[in-house]
Design a protein around this ligand. Structure first.
Ligand code: DCP
Ligand code: MG
Length: 386
């Protein structure tokens, strides 16, 4: 056989072998009907019922739909009126972001038992590189099973997982056996798997691109793979290279741990534009209260404070000040904020929005490993068994 099976074979360049190179073991984890499942977990009266998280607080849009609601065609991002029409008995529940965030932290702690290479995509989704898992489990399939088991035991919620040798395939795979399932795309099966995928499932292919593809006779991964790079460039511009490679089961993007430490902040738009110095100083005090409360709650500390100001004509400016050491307390935080504002007074025209954010955050101890984790190259002779 010309193509040795993976596990016995060193990495073979894809172009020569026709089998994509397997250098990594990637898991994509995605919680099932996340917000809706949290609400059903915490309120037994909602279990078994069609539930939509959303409503007035999200301007009448469904953020998440329980699986019972999806049977009726209710989907996330759908206007609530449409959802209600499709499913008159639909129960709307307002979102509780603090709870979703804390569940998100819980699942990230579970991931961290197995790898430091964790790249969260949103509250309920992450890529993990488990080429070398911390527990020495050795099998990505087993790691995924264990993670899902621990999520279920510790949060009472279910997750689905996709397992493969790159991000593209792992992400698609996690949808394959949803909810509460997992699916592996082995290197030797990847081309056949990709060939059958509808073009829509490729990242970045929205309804409009899919339509254009259909007009060119491209409906599946196999159709995409049949095109030359030049043809794809001519029709899809910058996306061409990605489509060309993905349709061959290739995606070299590494899992990036802890991409960008987020800032903590807040802002407010006032009903009437503020112009007087005293009004602006008072408004800033209100923002300081809001933002410092958030900082204190998360025990965050950071060195850079940024003030954002949006004028009546929507022009926006930001001014930042960085200290040598983390801002130690509320009084210093307020002093720095007022110092920045003072430099902007008097304002040339009315101000509709003021915001503050703290960045340059110190890495929490629990995340220290992640901040430095990088995917190491895997030696060619490394046995990659999923
Ligand atoms: N979300 C949102 N607005 C959107 C999409 C999602 O607020 N337009 C929120 C609600 C979801 C959560 O993010 O519960 C996760 O999004 P997913 O796309 O993963 O959807 P679900 O987890 O709800 O469902 P699935 O089981 O398909 O993953
Ligand atoms: Mg999800």
């Amino acid at each position: 056989m010309r193509l040795p099976s993976i596990g016995h074979a060193p990495t073979i360049p894809a172009m020569q072998s026709g089998t994509p190179p397997a250098r990594r073991k990637i898991i994509h984890i995605d919680m099932d009907a996340f917000f809706a499942s949290v609400e059903q977990r915490d309120n037994p009266a909602l279990r078994g019922k069609p539930v939509a998280v959303g409503g007035s607080a999200l301007r009448g849009v469904v953020a998440a739909a329980s699986y019972e609601a999806r049977v009726f065609g209710v989907r996330s991002a759908m206007p609530s009126v449409t959802a209600k029409r499709r499913c008159p008995q639909l129960v709307f529940v307002p979102p509780r972001f603090e709870v979703y965030k804390s569940v998100s932290q819980q699942i990230r702690q579970i991931f961290a038992r197995y790898t430091d290479l964790i790249e969260p995509l949103s509250l309920d989704e992450a890529y993990l590189d488990v080429t070398r898992d911390k527990q020495g489990v050795g099998s990505a399939i087993r790691v995924a099973q264990r993670i899902r088991g621990e999520i279920s035991a510790e949060t009472g919620l279910t997750a689905s997982a996709g397992i493969s040798y790159n991000k593209f395939l792992a992400k698609i795979a996690s949808d394959q056996n949803k909810p509460n399932g997992q699916f592996v795309v082995l290197p030797q099966d990847a081309l056949a798997f990709v060939a059958t995928l509808p073009a829509r499932r490729f990242y970045g292919v929205g309804p409009r691109t899919a339509e254009r593809m259909a007009r060119l006779g491209i409906h599946t991964g196999a159709d995409l793979r049949a095109q030359s790079l030049g043809f794809l460039q001519q029709h899809f511009g910058k996306a061409a290279e990605y489509l060309y490679r993905a349709s061959r089961g290739e995606d070299e993007r590494p899992v990036r741990a802890d991409r960008q430490r987020k800032s903590i902040g807040g802002e407010r738009t006032w009903a009437q534009d503020l112009q007087q110095d005293a009004e602006l100083v008072a408004a800033l005090d209100a923002i300081i209260d809001i933002v410092w409360e958030r900082i204190a709650r998360q025990s965050a500390s950071g060195r850079t404070l940024t003030l954002k100001m949006k004028f009546a004509d929507f022009q926006q400016i930001t001014r930042a000040r960085s200290l040598d050491a983390p801002i130690p307390d509320r009084a210093s935080f307020a002093a720095v904020a007022h110092g920045i504002l003072a430099g902007l007074l008097p304002v040339p025209r009315g101000v509709r929005l003021l915001g503050l954010s703290l960045s340059g955050l110190e890495t929490p101890v629990a995340d220290a490993a992640a901040a430095h984790a990088v995917a190491e190259p895997v030696p060619a002779q490394y046995r990659l068994e999923f």
